[in-house]
Design a protein around this ligand. Structure first.
Ligand code: ARG
Length: 254
């Protein structure tokens, strides 16, 4: 655990350090840095969480998100999950409450940044398959979310933004993060030039690509980064392949 990763994210000064904090529940919904609007139904598995995080439908009644967006495991009816829309204000928005949360076993604020949310009722939208192997941990990834449009913005649109970022090898990612990066549990993505990245409010959302069959497959979960979209500073994502079995097991037990 490093100091930087535990730092609070609210405020420009705090945002200058790597942060795991989601935007607060009363912060405006915002967007990916350097993205473009996603079309309605382009990513039908994407969901928005009321505390200001993203997520993806893992099952019709289970959302995969980041542990750092959750307050812990157990019964929880306080989260509102919004699905089925790219514009959160759309009349077509499907809103479902949580019933339970399961945070990754052993999660302590560093690595293992995944959690599952059980929904009060199933959402009739396509789910996003997660990768069970490391073979897709390369190439170009799609990121999407309602998070900040620039570092420190704290405000933004209600429209889902998307962007494409390349895989960054651990060795390269460590040039910036050193041992803050937990290689087996985290994977990095981003352009050397910066300008495009996930940011505060995108946490918990999926990072995904096409599999060999041309279907979307989830490889990452938005976790943390040093600021947003800075030159030479990749975003850090939970390495889904590492936890695929644990996630499947936890989902069955939920
Ligand atoms: N921790 C942030 C959140 O809770 C996500 C930060 C991602 N940062 C990045 N530079 N990719 O919303």
């Amino acid at each position: 655990m490093t100091l930087a990763k535990r730092a609070a994210a609210v405020g420009a000064v705090a945002l200058a350090v790597a942060s795991l904090q989601p935007v607060s529940a009363n912060a405006a919904d915002t967007r990916v840095v350097g993205g473009t609007p996603a079309a309605q139904s382009e990513f039908p598995f994407m969901v928005h969480l009321s505390m200001g995080c993203g997520g993806a439908l893992y099952k019709k009644d289970v959302v995969l998100t980041a542990a750092h967006c959750m307050e812990g495991s157990g019964p929880n009816r306080s989260i509102t999950v919004t699905a089925g829309v790219s514009d959160l204000n759309s009349a077509a928005a499907i809103k479902v409450k949580s019933t339970k949360v399961k945070v990754a076993p052993g999660y302590d604020g560093s690595g293992k940044d995944w959690a599952l949310i059980k929904l009060a009722r199933p959402i009739d939208k396509p789910t996003l398959k997660i990768t069970t192997t490391t073979r897709y941990n390369r190439g170009m990834f799609t990121i999407a979310g309602w998070g900040d449009p620039s570092e420190g913005a704290g405000t933004g649109t209600t429209k889902l933004q998307k962007a494409t970022v390349p895989f960054v090898a651990d060795r390269v990612c460590k040039r910036h993060y050193g041992n803050q990066l937990i290689s087996k549990e985290e994977l990095c993505a981003g352009w050397q030039r910066g300008a495009t990245d996930t940011c505060q409010g995108d946490s918990g959302g999926p990072m995904f690509r096409k599999d060999d069959a041309g279907k979307w497959i989830q490889v990452g979960i938005v976790s943390w980064g040093d600021g947003c979209a800075r030159t030479g500073v990749p975003g850090v994502y939970t390495e889904v392949s590492t936890f695929a079995k644990d996630i499947a097991r936890a989902a069955s037990a939920l």
